[in-house]
Design a protein around this ligand. Structure first.
Ligand SMILES: [Zn+2]
Length: 509
């Protein structure tokens, strides 16, 4: 009896603390379930697929299919495509199509990876976005509407321009200078309209949301528990997922005993963040790196917690709902505010604290950066050359499917390395080797294609393809070597090409 009244007294006292006046509208919280799945970084793609990534999409699909209010945003396409092509059953695929149709599983960003913004080339950014978007459009008939660029180390003004021109309706960034973010929070300026290009005027303007200091991870500190909170599936285990499904660091379950303490912690965090934004809506990312590989335990804890908050929303001054990114932006849009416009200044370099500028990655791992560039230009040359070949010789001897497979593999490898832990050099040595291996293998295969385009002996007049041909006259047959130079650009260039030969006679045409 005593303990019952004790609990009740605590409830009254706690609710008093949160009480709001009649006129206050509760803060509308958009809980966005997501998993940040680095395409590389510490573990290779294969290791990640095995340890957690495949389970993310399998269990998310199953859990979303069980309850209509649940949502999830899928970001990087490389893992999703590998899952779709090699793991997903017909039933899971049917469920995914249904969830996409209902708008409950939302593809945001939609690139193969979340590309770096400081050391990547614009053409490669477009390539990797096109690769992912092409798959989504062909498979589901959808085009992503919103970006989720929450982990690149600094934000370039080129990115919002690219995304606006790609048809995105809003852009999300996070890693910007700590001091600047602090000021933007205080002044409620985390949201603005970004015009990254002076010359492109209105068509490149895009509404931009900067994540607050909690960034894309759920705040995990619980005052009532020694373990972290809101990460009920724990931490992904490598190399193998545990057979009994028990992962390290699983959060305290939500029970009758813990639900109020959980709700209080969540509401406090929501209110703290609400103060940094102009509208009454809070984007509350629920997830972090490598999360939702066991979605069942995630949702079965969050469901009752959210229900409890909503049942007591008057006292808490907060409502919570699962949401896609699109639903959040729709609500902000409906608030009909006028937003400040930002010009073409970058958020680069990125600093996390005084004297901690993230600039080392601009020049680190130069071999990987160099191979990535060479692979990209070889891909561009091979794609244009193959296109010209097909136009000139639709029935030529180079098999279309054989050629497209090789081009696809190189396109995939070039896309993959644009990841913000790829070309940046912030990955483990093992993962750097993986990128290099994928790039060099695909480049060798494309070299085979290039050789076939020029050299297959079918009496074709290759001068139609090459435009200019360098050859030889009166050279010993045994020493004969050909150097063919192809300019994949759409305009003429004058350049010097050095070729080292081991014999004294060489002529050019
Ligand atoms: Zn990342």
């Amino acid at each position: 009896m005593r303990s019952f009244w004790g609990v009740l007294a605590c409830f009254v006292c706690c609710f008093d603390f949160f009480a709001v006046t009649e006129d206050d509208k509760p803060i509308q919280t958009f809980v966005i379930p997501h998993s940040h799945m680095d395409v590389g970084w510490v573990y290779t793609i294969q290791e990640s697929m095995h340890a957690y990534a495949a389970n993310v999409y399998t269990t998310v699909t199953e859990e979303l299919s069980k309850a209509a209010e649940r949502r999830f945003i899928a970001v990087e396409q490389e893992f999703f495509r590998l899952w779709w092509d090699t793991v997903a059953t017909d039933t899971l695929k049917r469920q995914v199509r249904q969830l996409v149709k209902e708008g409950r599983l939302e593809f945001v960003l939609g690139g193969q990876v979340m590309h770096d913004e400081a050391v990547t080339d614009l053409e490669d950014e477009i390539l990797q976005m096109t690769e992912g978007h092409g798959f989504l459009y062909e498979t589901f008939g959808v085009r992503p509407q919103f970006s989720w660029h929450v982990d690149p180390f600094g934000a370039s003004a080129t990115t919002p321009v690219l995304f606006a021109l790609a048809g995105f309706n809003a852009h999300v960034i996070s890693r910007i200078d700590y001091d600047l973010k602090d000021g933007m929070q205080k002044d409620k300026k985390l949201q603005f309209v970004w015009g990254g290009s002076r010359s492109l005027k209105e068509k490149q303007l895009i509404f931009t949301h900067t994540m607050d200091q909690f960034s894309y991870c759920t705040p995990s500190h619980l005052p009532f528990s020694n373990s972290s909170g809101f990460y009920w599936n724990g931490v992904a285990l490598f190399p193998d997922p545990p057979k009994d499904g028990v992962y390290p660091n699983m959060s305290l379950p939500v029970t009758k005993e813990t639900v109020h303490a959980y709700a209080k912690t969540m509401v406090e965090n929501i209110k703290q963040r609400a103060a940094w934004f102009r509208t009454n809506h809070v984007l509350w990312p629920w997830g972090c790196d490598k999360q939702f590989y066991n979605s069942s335990v995630q949702f079965s804890n969050m469901d009752p917690l959210m229900k409890y908050i909503n049942q007591n929303s008057k006292q808490f001054g907060v409502t919570v709902q699962y949401s896609t990114l699109g639903e959040y932006f729709q609500a902000v849009h409906q608030s009909d505010l006028i937003w400040e416009q930002r010009g073409s200044e970058d958020f680069l370099p990125y600093s996390t604290e005084p004297h901690q500028a993230w600039t080392g990655f601009y020049a680190s791992r130069n071999v990987l950066k160099g191979v990535a560039r060479r692979a990209s230009s070889q891909l561009h040359a091979a794609e244009t050359l193959f296109t010209r070949y097909r136009i000139c010789f639709p029935d030529g001897p180079v098999a279309k499917d054989w050629a497209l497979d090789k081009l696809r593999a190189l396109r995939w490898a070039v896309s993959e390395v644009q990841h913000h832990d790829g070309i940046t050099g912030t990955e483990s040595p093992e993962v750097a080797d993986m990128y290099l291996q994928h790039l060099t293998q695909a480049m060798m295969d494309v070299e085979e294609l290039l050789a076939a385009l020029f050299l297959l002996p079918h009496g074709l007049d290759t001068s139609d393809i090459t435009g200019s041909l360098y050859g030889k006259t009166d050279v010993d047959e045994g020493l004969e070597q050909h150097v063919i130079v192809y300019n994949p650009l759409a305009w003429n260039i004058t350049t010097i090409i050095n070729t080292t030969v081991t014999f004294p006679h060489a002529t050019g045409l």
